[in-house]
Design a binder for this molecule. Structure first.
Ligand code: SF4
Ligand code: F3S
Ligand code: FES
Length: 241
């Protein structure tokens, strides 16, 4: 049996609530175990080496979206990243764009809530309380199509991986455009093309996207972001004519 690898974990540490603190790297060494994920690595560090390390996890199964971080500069989910797929030196940093709580812990919640309020990401029916319509039958193929884009876990990886996002704070990002694509597909939503145009037919919406493709590249749920954005752009161009 080959000897277990020694991992060198570099972590960008910073407490924005401590005026004395400055962003700095700290390195921890641990021994790799079979099936080890970055979730296990960070727990090991906190348990045995430094209990002040901040990071977020809830489901540990790639479902809640809370453990997103930069792993060797790439946005991804730490709980589904196996150390065996990485070199022995691993660098971790918090996702940019979002509010930093400390070290690797970020607050995506307020950003995502703002986005959802801005894009009104809920089913709009003429009758405000027409709950029966929410149970309307739909073709299984359409339900599948909606389900496919509805798998977004709001992890923020596509936001962190998008160059446009770094230049325009108001850009809704692939996560926002994907949400609009989802509601546009839904026959229970009474909004028409003009309503969607109001929301994303502008430079902060679909016309701000420069097709940099980073979003689809890093999305841990493999959402078809590119085709959804391209479809939405074609649609918005037609409406805007
Ligand atoms: Fe995360 Fe993908 Fe949703 Fe973006 S679209 S927030 S990368 S799951
Ligand atoms: Fe950004 Fe994706 Fe468009 S990376 S620029 S939202 S294609
Ligand atoms: Fe939930 Fe990683 S802990 S996605």
């Amino acid at each position: 049996m080959s000897e277990a690898r020694k991992l060198k974990i570099n972590i960008l540490r910073y407490d924005p609530h401590d005026s004395e603190d400055r962003p700095h790297m700290e390195t921890f060494e641990i021994t790799e175990a079979p099936g080890m994920t970055l979730y296990i690595v960070l727990n090991d560090i906190r348990k045995h080496l430094d209990n002040s390390l901040k990071f977020d996890f809830v489901c540990r199964a790639g479902i809640c979206g809370s453990c997103s971080m930069l792993v060797n500069g790439r946005p991804t989910l730490a709980c589904s990243t196996l150390t065996a797929k990485l070199d022995t030196e691993i660098t971790l940093a918090p996702l940019p764009t979002f509010e930093l709580i400390g070290d690797l812990s970020i607050y995506t919640g307020n950003w995502m809530r703002g986005l959802n309020e801005r894009l009104e990401t809920w089913i709009h029916t003429e009758e405000k309380k027409d709950y029966d319509r929410l149970e309307d039958r739909m073709e299984p193929e359409l339900a599948d199509e909606i389900y496919e884009v509805d798998r977004c876990i709001e992890c923020g990886c596509c936001v962190a991986g998008c160059g446009t996002m770094q230049m325009n704070d108001d850009f809704v990002g692939a996560v926002g455009l994907n949400k609009i694509a989802r509601y546009q597909l839904d026959p229970r939503d009474d909004r028409d093309d003009e309503d969607y145009y109001e929301l994303v037919g502008n430079e902060d919406g679909v016309f701000g996207c420069m097709t940099l493709l980073g979003c689809e590249d890093v999305c841990p749920k493999d959402l078809p972001l590119q085709s959804k954005i391209a479809y939405l752009r074609r649609k918005m161009v037609q409406i805007g004519k």
